[in-house]
Design a binder for this molecule. Structure first.
Ligand code: C2E
Ligand code: MG
Ligand code: MG
Length: 596
């Protein structure tokens, strides 16, 4: 019977109980078998090796590793090393049968990592292998596990509060849809994805609720908030899972839509507008709100910032004329705006450098057919852009906030010319246009100073104001106009008939004359209704002691008709076009009559 055989009955039990065991033949010191947990840790040729070639007993120190020397240490604790490895075993030698020695032990844990490095894990240890090191390892693992649990719960808490924070940081508090920051975040991601996916179409729309301020002002912030929330919900619903909707602030919303096809864009944006334009309900009250939408298709090269800028330009452009519309950003629109930008820069320079000049259009008396006065009309001929029409640059000057400065410039220059004419003995009068921007209390002092500086009598200066101008701030306007009149200036209501309550104005404002708009004059000789209207105006003016100037006379027929109904003065291309001071009077040599 071999030593192994002597254990054969209990071999499987030994294996199960002691996975780190080693059975040695006492006779030749050869290894008979090793436990399954230990096998992978031994040199490959261990089976034909002597015990002392594979193991080395380090405690107690036994130099000559013979069965006899080992035997003297049976039942006491020994520590053995597996040669050429880091593995150290601790255990006991027992003599299970005659002629064989059994080492039963367990691995000595130096550190958990080194164990794991050599592929041993907790499962390698039998459940009752309660060597102290194993206990320590188990404890260590328990602690580690607890720590992981602790760390996991800490992480869970952290990520929960991070989610809450980002929810807060990226959500609009009132409407609960994405806010500006959130939109920026998600929008950038969508845009980056879109760059690599050229199949879909990406559009960005800005939406502004028209007339929202009035709801806040007239119905309170509760109503305003409720409408914002309802609008946000509608916008979010129209976007659905096809993109993102956000509130940028106030009553401004933004949408980014990923659409399959180009032709879906129009439908989708129109649907959004329809949804918003549907009346809102709050506390049994209905609110009709129109939204203006600016839309741009995002090119792969566009940044989010530039897409928002494009949509903003489109929205702003759309809102200028009519509200509640969809305006598309196009290359033409961009070009038009670029040109306008340049025009604004040039105009600012032109006004500052005083290169805008007055031209003078003659006004004649119907009674004497003689030249009575001139209307000063601003003319801008830019060396780079060329001639710019007054209606264009006057609107731009207003946008620049420089219309007041422009009026002043024309007044100064044309009064210089008037002073010059007067010095030549030509006692013309001068009509000057005054815009709403100039109608401030300072206007009175400015005009009075301008005429007294040039020794011009106030009666030679006629200020033309339109109905819309005087209607802007009625009480204040009346006080300024009264003051101008008290200083001897006369006031004429320009473009008469284009406003909607003209007759009231004649009564309430200190005007001494009316200038009938050229739209009435255009068909004065052909259209019966225009004829009737002009006759009525002439009659009213006569009874109210107002003089009438008809502007825009282009033909003899118009001229004759207007003279016949009792107009006092006439102006128009038929009489003379606006021209430079040195040419405007050439058509009327020696002709001069009482001022219009
Ligand atoms: P407005 O004061 O009603 O000036 C008359 C406009 O009618 C002038 O246009 C004149 O050129 C034009 N006009 C005169 N006769 C005829 C005619 O027979 N046929 C046609 N088709 N047009 C005629 P313009 O010079 O283009 O000025 C347009 C408007 O710009 C002026 O209308 C006035 O409101 C404003 N404007 C011009 N210069 C100034 C200025 O220095 N200051 C201000 N505030 N407004 C100015
Ligand atoms: Mg005028
Ligand atoms: Mg006019």
């Amino acid at each position: 019977m071999t030593p192994h055989d002597s254990l054969s009955l209990s071999g499987s039990l030994v294996e199960e109980l002691f996975p780190f065991h080693c059975l040695i033949s006492e006779q030749d010191n050869l290894i008979v078998s090793v436990g399954t947990a230990l096998t992978p840790l031994l040199p490959q040729n261990y089976h034909c090796s002597r015990f002392d070639a594979v193991f080395r007993i380090v405690r107690p120190e036994i130099q000559a590793l013979t069965a006899q020397t080992i035997k003297t240490h049976t039942r006491s604790c020994v520590i053995i090393e597996v040669v050429d490895t880091d593995i150290v075993l601790r255990g006991q030698f027992v003599i299970p049968a005659k002629g064989c020695l059994l080492f039963i032990g367990s691995i000595l844990v130096q550190n958990a990592e080194s164990l794991e490095n050599i592929g041993i894990n907790l499962h390698s240890f039998a459940p009752f292998d309660l060597t102290p090191d194993f206990l320590i390892l188990r404890k260590f693992r328990e602690i580690e596990h607890k720590d992981i649990k602790k760390r996991t719960s800490m992480l869970a808490e952290l990520s929960k509060s991070r989610d809450e924070l980002s929810e807060h940081a990226y959500t609009d508090e009132l409407t609960k849809i994405t806010n500006r920051r959130g939109f920026w975040n998600t929008g950038t991601k969508i845009l980056n994805e879109h760059r690599s996916n050229k199949k879909s179409v990406l559009i960005l729309a800005l939406l502004d609720l028209d007339g929202f301020k009035a709801i806040n002002d007239n119905h309170g912030h509760d109503a305003g908030d409720a409408i914002l929330c309802a609008a946000a919900e509608r916008i979010r619903d129209t976007v659905g899972d096809q993109g993102i909707a956000g509130r940028l602030g106030g009553d401004e919303f933004v949408l980014m839509l990923i659409l399959e096809q180009q032709r879906d864009i129009k439908d989708h944006v129109e649907r959004t507008l329809r949804e918003i334009n549907y009346p809102f309900q709050h506390r049994f009250q209905q609110f009709s709100i129109k939204a203006s939408i600016g839309v741009t298709e995002i090119e792969p090269s566009d940044t989010l910032e530039c897409a928002i800028h494009h949509a903003d330009i489109a929205m702003y452009e759309g809102r200028k004329d009519t509200r509640g519309l969809i305006t598309w950003y196009t290359a033409e629109l961009a070009q038009r705006l670029e040109e306008k930008k340049q025009l604004l820069v040039r105009l600012k320079e032109a006004i500052n450098h005083k290169v805008i000049e007055p031209h003078f259009q003659p006004i004649i008396s119907f009674e004497s057919f003689k030249l009575s006065s001139f209307e000063a009309l601003a003319r801008w001929n830019d060396p780079e852009i060329g001639i710019v029409r007054p209606d264009i640059f006057i609107a731009l000057a207003e946008e620049l906030g420089m219309l007041d400065q422009l009026d002043h410039l024309i007044m100064e220059k044309s009064l210089d010319q008037l002073a010059c004419w007067h010095s030549e003995g030509k006692q013309y009068s001068l009509h000057i246009n005054v815009s709403a921007a100039s109608l401030k209390s300072a206007l009175v002092d400015r005009v009075v100073k301008a005429i007294s500086d040039r020794n011009i009598d106030a009666s030679y200066l006629k200020l033309e104001l339109t109905e819309t101008t005087i209607l802007e701030n009625t009480d204040f306007t009346i006080s300024v106009l009264d003051s101008l009149r008290d200083n001897g200036l006369t006031l004429t209501l320009d473009d008469f008939g284009t406003g909607y309550s003209s007759l009231t104005h004649i009564k309430d404002f200190p005007v001494s004359g009316l200038k009938i708009d050229r739209s009435f004059v255009a068909d004065a000789h052909t259209n019966e209704k225009s004829k009737a209207l002009l006759r009525s105006v002439a009659t009213i003016a006569k009874y109210m002691d107002l003089h009438i100037i008809a502007e825009g006379i282009e033909s003899q027929e118009q001229f004759d008709f207007l003279r016949d109904i009792g107009c006092h003065y006439g102006q128009g291309f038929f009489i003379g076009k606006p021209a430079l001071a040195n040419t405007c009077e050439q058509l009327f040599p020696e002709q001069q009559d009482a001022a219009a």
